[in-house]
Write a protein that binds this ligand. Structure first.
Ligand code: GLU
Length: 424
C-alpha cells in the first residue's frame, strides 16, 4: 500500500498506512502534481521528547511524548494532544495529516498538527497528570505558539489539561497567552460551545445527510461507540432531537436496549462511576456486538481501526457517521461502498471541534467573545456548507464521500503549495 521509497520508515504504523492509502487514492483522482504529492506524504516536522514525571510515591517515570506538524502552508498548524497508551510517532503523524485535510476542507486558515504522550491518564492522580502536562508542554515549547501551532484536547485530555498547558506556556513567556491552546475553560478565554462542538457538528452533518434521504431524526435508531466527549455529546443531542439511541459503549463494555437508552440518565451514571457498565435498563454487550447491532446510524466515536474487513460485512446501519479519527480501514471502506452504506468521513463529520477551536482562537486574538447562539449559528453554516461541497464533488466525480472530502481538502492545500512555490 505504501511506496517504501517515499514514506520515511520512522512514520510506519498501521494507522499511518491508512492515512497514506486514503491520500494516495484521492491524489490519483485529483491528478495531483507529483512534486506536491511527494511533499505531502510525510510530515513537515516531528519532535520526540522524553517526559520525566515525579510520581506521587517518589519514583520518576519517563514517558514518550510527540508533537508533529504535518503542514503549515495556510497558517499555523492545529490539532489535539492525545494521552493514550497506544500513542506512537506513526499514530500522531497520521492524525496530523488528517488535521491538514480537515482544516482545509472546512476552510480554516490552519495546517494540521497532532501531539501526544504514550501513557494511561486514567492511572494518574490529578497531581501526576498536572506534572506530566506541564513537563510535556515545556518539552514541546519550541514547536507551539499562537502563530505557530495551537494544541487542543483529544482522547485522554480535556479543558483542565489545556488550562495547565496555557499556564505553563504563559509562565515561560512571563505574560498570559490565551491563544496558545483551544478547548480551554471559559474562565481563561475558552469559547462558548467548544466542549459540545464535535458532537454538535456531527448532528448538523447527520441532519444534512438525512435530508438527502428524505428522512428526519424522529425515531431514527442510533448506535454510538465511545462515550467520551464526542460520543456522549452526540448521543445527548441526538436523543434530544428524537433519535432512539439503542446502543452505546465505552472502552470497557457496551449497553443495548432496543426500546432506547435514557441518555440523560446514562450521563449522570457515567459522571458518578466513570463507566457505562452497571447502568440499569439495558443489556450488557461487547464492543464487537455493538458495532453490528441493527440500527439506522452507527457513530464510531472511540478510537481508530474499529470497522475492519472482519466486521464491515455484518454492519446493519445504512449510515456510518465517523466521530473518531480513522475508525474505518480502507479495506472496510471498499466493503461498505459495495454494500451501499454511506460512510460520512471523519474529516467532514467530526470537523465541528476544530471549527469551534478556530472560533475560540479568533475570539482570543480579538479579545471579543461571542454568545453561544452566535457560535452555534456559525458552526452550522460551516458544517452545512462543507457537507454540500463534499456531496457535490462526490456526485460530480462519482466517488465516495471520503474520497470527495479528501479531494477537496488536498486540492486546497495543493493550490496553496503551487501559489507559494518551493523555497529557495
Ligand atoms: N482533537 C480534535 C480533532 O481531532 C480537535 C482539534 C482542535 O480543536 O484543534 O479534530
Amino acid at each position: 500500500m505504501i511506496n517504501d521509497r517515499r514514506v520515511v520508515p520512522e512514520f510506519y504504523s498501521p494507522i499511518y498506512r491508512m492515512a497514506v492509502a486514503q491520500f494516495e487514492q484521492a491524489a490519483e483522482r485529483l491528478h495531483l502534481d507529483p512534486n506536491v504529492r511527494k511533499r505531502l506524504i510525510s510530515p513537515k516536522r516531528a519532535l520526540l521528547v522524553s517526559v520525566p514525571v515525579a510520581m506521587d510515591d517518589g519514583r520518576v517515570e519517563v514517558f514518550q511524548g510527540y508533537r508533529v506538524h504535518h503542514d503549515c502552508t495556510l497558517g499555523p498548524s492545529k490539532g489535539g494532544v492525545r494521552y493514550h497508551p497506544d500513542v506512537t510517532l506513526g499514530e500522531v503523524s497520521a492524525l496530523a495529516m488528517w488535521m491538514t485535510w480537515k482544516c482545509a476542507l472546512v476552510g480554516l486558515p490552519f495546517g494540521g498538527a497532532k501531539g501526544g504522550v504514550s501513557c494511561d491518564p486514567g492511572a494518574f492522580s490529578r497531581k501526576e497528570l498536572q506534572r506530566l502536562t506541564r513537563r510535556y508542554t515545556s518539552e514541546i515549547l519550541t514547536m507551539i505558539g499562537p502563530d505557530i501551532d495551537i494544541p487542543a484536547p483529544d482522547i485522554g485530555t480535556n479543558e483542565q489539561v489545556m488550562a495547565w498547558m496555557m499556564d505553563t506556556y504563559s509562565q515561560h513567556k512571563g505574560y498570559s497567552v490565551p491563544g496558545i491552546v483551544t478547548g480551554k475553560p471559559l474562565s481563561i478565554g475558552g469559547s462558548m460551545g467548544r466542549s459540545a462542538a464535535t458532537g454538535q457538528g456531527l448532528v448538523y452533518i447527520l441532519a444534512e445527510a438525512l435530508k438527502q434521504k428524505n428522512k428526519s431524526f424522529s425515531g431514527m435508531e442510533v448506535v454510538v461507540q465511545g462515550f467520551g466527549n464526542v460520543g456522549s455529546n452526540a448521543a445527548e443531542i441526538l436523543y434530544k432531537e428524537g433519535c432512539k439511541i439503542v446502543g452505546v459503549s465505552d472502552a470497557f463494555s457496551g449497553l443495548y436496549n432496543p426500546k432506547g437508552i435514557l441518555i440523560p440518565d446514562l450521563i449522570q451514571h457515567v459522571k458518578k462511576g466513570k463507566v457505562v457498565s452497571g447502568f440499569p435498563d439495558a443489556e450488557k454487550i461487547t464492543n464487537e456486538e455493538l458495532l453490528v447491532l441493527k440500527c439506522d446510524v452507527l457513530v464510531p466515536a472511540a478510537i481508530s481501526g474499529q470497522i475492519t474487513e472482519k466486521n464491515a460485512k455484518n454492519i446493519k446501519a445504512s449510515i456510518i457517521l465517523e466521530g473518531a479519527n480513522g475508525p474505518t480501514t480502507p479495506e472496510a471502506d471498499l466493503i461498505l461502498k459495495d454494500r451501499g452504506i454511506w460512510v460520512i468521513p471523519d474529516i467532514l463529520a467530526n470537523a465541528g471541534g476544530v471549527t469551534v477551536s478556530y472560533f475560540e482562537w479568533v475570539q482570543g486574538m480579538q479579545n471579543f467573545f461571542w454568545k453561544e447562539k452566535e457560535v452555534m449559528e456559525k458552526l452550522k453554516d460551516v458544517m452545512t456548507a462543507a457537507f454540500a461541497s463534499v456531496l457535490e464533488t462526490s456526485i460530480k466525480e462519482n466517488v465516495d464521500l471520503r474520497t470527495a472530502a479528501l479531494m477537496r481538502g488536498i486540492k486546497r492545500i495543493a493550490d496553496a503549495y503551487l501559489a507559494r512555490g518551493l523555497f529557495p
